[in-house]
Design a protein around this ligand. Structure first.
Ligand SMILES: Nc1ncnc2c1ncn2[C@@H]1O[C@H](COP(=O)(O)OP(=O)(O)OP(=O)(O)O)[C@@H](O)[C@H]1O
Ligand SMILES: [Mg+2]
Length: 428
């Protein structure tokens, strides 16, 4: 049976303008519309680029929907998952879909003759990403650019297109998606009010609210930093225990001063065994303190860790009311502490295992409730991006207590630089 399309999705597919901007509330069918647009381009034998806000969203939302489409229409294709390229071999020519994201768009430099560009959650890309990706459309004849996004204020680069005569602007709210379950709609409605409601549900451009904790640029800066020398600060291990121990992984992140040093994940359901493994990891890491989320199901594990490592374990109640009145929950305060540290400069290793953490720091959103800051709850984040921010929770926990310098060595250094005794008098 042919699939029903929403009116706004039809407008997207039918747009003949060079640029098309679809400003929409959450869950109004943008990604589905974007993937069907790609389906139409495939039928027209056109190659193009699809970019999403994160690599994970590209893989789990856009490319998955494109694959579903190809399967539904029995179109054979190759999918190179490491390069994120889908190839459809038609007799007369190959058609390509190149996938990229707000973090990795640089890798597309040099790619040319693409006929269209689809940016899902365009406003979460830097304006630079748009310019670089646009370069890939050179040599293609009459290229088309499609930006699908929940708006991010008038100052966001996407908002200027509403005044551009070459741009078709489509707007829609969450309610326009008749395929949404009423329970989900209620959840969305209950999460937002005021300006946030106007932006997130109605899809309006609103200028009074701030968004993701960190921008992709902040993260790129952290990952481009020189690796600082180690040993000046005592390390802290942040530990997030899997919500349903075993299924959802438990994660530990080791931070030392201004650098993240290592991270580890475990799928272990037995709380005592998990505590043993984490305690061993802690000792091997050389960290001096451990902060563990003590909310809910992992309590048994935390108690065991306290027993195994006396005076080393700080249980943190992420879900309790914040000790700082600027935040709703302790989790909100602790994540914000991490975000502020990262803005000031924290070295994040370049290895792939750190990518998920970086994604989470640029995609987890916050809002102001009155004058208190509240982070997006885990369940909503998971429904939006298809995964819990476990690494982010662990990394935030590693920032939950103040750093402690290694006093002996810093004293030694200071003293060795003092002038010889007798050559000065501090009393003047
Ligand atoms: N034409 C359609 N037919 C059936 N279901 C649809 C259609 N369009 C959207 N949906 C469903 O509605 C839900 C939201 O759609 P989608 O994820 O595309 O929206 P979105 O605007 O990208 O959301 P988000 O703001 O979370 O990124 C999904 O479950 C999707 O499968
Ligand atoms: Mg989407």
């Amino acid at each position: 049976m042919p699939e029903m399309m929403l009116p706004h999705q039809m407008k997207l597919l039918r747009s003949t303008k060079t640029k098309t901007l679809w400003l929409a509330g959450r869950a109004s069918g943008k990604s589905r519309g974007g993937s069907r647009l790609v389906g139409k381009k495939i039928a027209e034998r056109k190659s193009g680029i699809v970019s999403a806000q994160t690599f994970r969203a590209l893989r789990t939302v856009m490319f998955r929907e494109i694959e579903d489409f190809l399967k539904a229409y029995n179109i054979p294709y190759d999918y190179n998952k490491s390069l994120m390229i889908i190839t459809i071999h038609y007799q007369e020519q190959d058609v390509f879909i190149h996938g990229t994201s707000a973090e990795s768009f640089d890798e597309t430099r040099g790619l040319t003759s693409m006929q269209y560009l689809v940016m899902d959650e365009a406003a979460l890309h830097a304006a630079e990403a748009y310019r670089v990706l646009l370069g890939c459309l050179r040599g293609a004849g009459s290229p088309q650019v499609y930006m699908l996004t929940t708006p991010r204020g008038a100052s966001n680069w996407t908002s200027r297109f509403i005044h551009d005569p070459d741009c078709e602007v489509i707007t829609s709210g969450t309610h326009s998606n008749v395929f949404l379950e009423p329970d989900f709609l209620r959840l969305i409605e209950s999460e937002y009010d005021g300006d946030f409601y106007r932006q997130e549900v109605l899809g309006e451009i609103v200028d009074t609210i701030t968004q993701a904790l960190l921008s992709p640029t902040d993260i790129r800066r952290c990952r481009a930093m020189e690796k600082p020398s180690r040993g000046l600060w005592r390390g802290v291990l942040g530990v997030d225990l899997g919500a349903s121990l075993g299924r959802d992984p438990s994660c530990a992140v080791h931070r030392e001063g201004s650098q993240f040093v290592s991270m580890q994940q475990w799928h272990i359901a037995d709380q005592m065994h998990l505590a043993d493994v984490i305690a061993r990891y802690f000792m091997d890491s050389g960290a001096s303190m451990m902060c563990v989320d003590n909310t809910g199901i992992g309590k048994g594990c935390t108690d065991r860790l306290i027993q195994l490592l006396p005076n080393k374990v700080v249980p943190i109640n992420f879900g309790s009311k914040s000790i700082d009145e600027r935040f709703c929950l302790e989790r909100d305060r602790i994540w914000m502490t991490m975000a502020e540290r990262c803005k000031a400069g924290v070295y994040i290793p370049r290895g792939d295992e750190w990518d998920a953490l970086c994604e989470q720091m640029t995609t987890l959103e916050y809002k102001l409730l009155g004058n208190r800051l509240k982070l997006e709850p885990k369940a909503l984040y998971a429904s939006r991006l298809g995964g819990s921010p476990n690494e982010g929770d662990a990394a935030a926990l590693s920032c939950a207590i103040p750093d402690q310098p290694i006093v002996e060595s810093s004293l030694y250094v200071t003293q060795s630089y003092l002038p010889p005794s007798g050559s000065y008098s501090w009393m003047g």
